[in-house]
Design a protein around this ligand. Structure first.
Ligand code: C2E
Ligand code: CA
Ligand code: CA
Ligand code: CA
Length: 278
């Protein structure tokens, strides 16, 4: 009975938290968080799988709220996307990640790393993003080919002339385009032929199922073969077990990330990890 009472409290707290998360108040707080340095980026190492070497990372945004503590991007990105806050947030993430990459470049013990940056489909509304991006790369003397923008199908699916033009702008700038969460949306295959993407990121749900169900296993193997024919790079995400890792390696998946290899971590820890691999 005591435990039941405790569970009720936990449920109640979870509901309160959820309500607070959904409230307009949080939207205001997020605006302040961007201005007041409450946001930070963590970096998840991306490995060349067969040699188990870090070749770069994915920048993942974190919000440490003074009262609520850690808030997951899965919770606050959708809030930001309901307003123009996502544009500010997107610019902040981009600038912070590129400045970090330049700092690592100045460290003689670190090799040239690649940086993957998530981009919300809403950011296609932001003309200033597309002018800021190449300017910043020039100012920081970063080779654009080391930057990948991770876009979901939603952005690419909106086959408007405008989106196509902006995708072409990204390509012309020399940056790379990754199709994120591959396999979770619709008509991915058609878009592989018609959009200028460089790589697909295989979503964690695929990686999970491939080691459980025979048909999912075959599906993953087929996707890897297809990517190879189309000369697309592949990054697998959410690798948690040695079985998953082995399956991916033996079917030609070159790159990947996941808790088995490393979790997202602060910049300094990431630099230490890369230094330690010599
Ligand atoms: P995503 O782009 O699919 O990023 C991968 C997510 O999977 C990250 O969650 C990462 O921490 C988590 N992950 C990586 N390896 C494993 C694993 O082995 N096991 C499990 N269970 N999880 C793993 P995170 O950091 O909570 O981000 C969630 C989502 O929020 C991201 O999904 C992305 O869609 C969005 N997001 C994060 N940062 C940004 C950002 O700067 N801008 C935008 N627009 N969206 C972002
Ligand atoms: Ca991503
Ligand atoms: Ca994903
Ligand atoms: Ca995503």
């Amino acid at each position: 009975a005591k435990d039941a009472g405790k569970n009720c409290l936990v449920v109640f707290e979870a509901q309160m938290r959820q309500q607070l998360l959904e409230s307009i108040e949080l939207e205001n707080q997020l605006a302040q968080a961007i201005a007041n340095d409450q946001l930070t980026l963590h970096y998840q190492p991306i490995y060349e799988l067969s040699g188990k070497r870090v070749i770069g990372c994915e920048a993942l945004v974190r919000w440490i709220h003074p009262k609520l503590g850690f808030i997951s991007p899965a919770d606050f990105i959708p809030i930001a996307e309901k307003s123009s806050l996502i544009l500010e947030l997107g610019q902040w993430v981009y600038q912070t990640a590129c400045q970090q990459l330049q700092r690592w470049d100045l460290d003689a013990q670190l090799p040239n790393l690649n940086m993957s940056i998530n981009m919300s489909p809403k950011q296609f509304d932001d003309e200033s993003f597309f002018t800021m991006v190449p300017q910043l790369l020039r100012r920081l003397s970063l080779d654009p080919a080391r930057i990948s923008l991770e876009l979901t199908e939603t952005a690419i699916l909106e086959h408007t002339e405008r989106n196509q033009k902006l995708l072409a702008t990204i390509k012309q700038s020399g940056m790379r385009i990754y199709l994120d969460d591959f396999g979770t949306g619709y008509s991915s295959i058609a878009h592989l032929a018609t959009t200028p993407i460089d790589a697909i990121k295989i979503d964690k749900t695929f990686v999970d199922k491939a080691c459980i169900y025979e048909r999912d296993n075959r599906l993953l193997v087929s996707i890897l073969a297809m990517a190879k024919h189309l000369e697309l790079d592949v990054v697998a995400e959410g690798i948690e077990t040695p079985d998953q890792l082995n399956l991916l390696i033996s079917n030609g998946c070159a790159l990947g990330q996941g808790y088995l290899l490393a979790r997202p971590m602060p910049a300094d820890e990431f630099a230490d990890l890369v230094r330690s691999q010599g």
